[in-house]
Write a protein that binds this ligand. Structure first.
Ligand code: AP5
Length: 209
């Protein structure tokens, strides 16, 4: 059984590595960011309530996130393991997760802030399959089109400089303290998230074991 959490600042490469590892392990990749963006795109009541928080780079209220994630975790494919990307983000979410399921490992992505700014401003994302590209390090084969399904790529509204600054500060104040919470349970494996995606992938695999 693999019950994995990826913890790290915005742009650290969690989504890129989560897609690879979840597919290799045959477990679902559960990204609360992707679930929320799908709810926003679908104009659902929860999506409409989340939209402004996301655009500004703030955390979405716990009640909304817990509702959306709870529905997804309850599906049959998550019963034999899961990879959580972007959840939990604060102590209340970590405690709610703790009440629902034990975890096997928390992978902490370690990276200097200066690299995050470049990665996020150069990111382009497929709104359909969520694949993340990068204008410098991982450009699409056809400009502005997803390699996998040809969909036009988007620049996420929260990758604007002002929202990125807010997201980094929110991470520092609300999410980083979770490392202490999970260290106390002996679950944290730190991974150097600098270098090529392939180099990071090898470190993540070794951390997960
Ligand atoms: P979310 O979607 O979770 O965003 P995030 O945590 O800010 O993380 P990112 O998706 O920005 O970065 P990433 O680490 O996945 O990096 P990626 O692999 O894409 O959350 C968005 C918003 O939703 C939040 O601000 C909040 O409003 C809300 N939200 C979500 N979850 C919530 C929760 N639990 N509670 C409350 N609110 C919540 O890589 C970034 C770029 O770098 C890409 O261009 C990629 O190609 C490139 N790259 C990746 N790896 C490398 C490498 N090794 N070298 C060079 N480039 C690389």
């Amino acid at each position: 059984m693999h019950r994995i959490v990826f913890l790290g600042p915005p742009g650290a490469g969690k989504g890129t590595q989560a897609a690879i590892l979840a597919s290799a392990l045959g477990i679902p990749h559960l990204s609360t960011g992707d679930l929320l963006r799908a709810a926003v795109a679908g104009r659902t009541p929860l999506g409409l309530a989340a939209e402004e928080h996301m655009r500004a780079g703030r955390l979405v209220p716990d009640s909304i996130v817990l509702e959306i994630l709870g529905q997804r975790l309850g599906r049959a494919d998550a019963a034999a393991g899961f990879l959580l990307d972007g959840f939990p983000r604060n102590l209340a979410q970590a405690e709610a997760l703790d009440r629902r399921t034990p975890l096997d490992v928390v992978v902490s992505f370690e990276i200097p802030t200066v690299l995050l700014l470049t990665r996020l401003t150069q990111r382009r994302t497929c709104p359909k399959c969520h694949t993340a590209y990068n204008l410098t390090t991982r450009p699409p084969k056809v400009p502005n089109r997803c390699d996998l399904d040809g969909t036009e790529l988007m620049h996420r509204p929260d990758d604007r400089a002002e929202a990125v600054r807010t997201r980094l500060e929110v991470y520092r104040v609300e999410t980083e303290p979770l490392l202490r919470f999970y260290r106390g349970r002996g679950l944290v494996r730190s991974v150097d998230a600098t270098g090529s995606p392939e180099a990071v992938e090898a470190r993540v695999r070794s951390a997960v074991g």
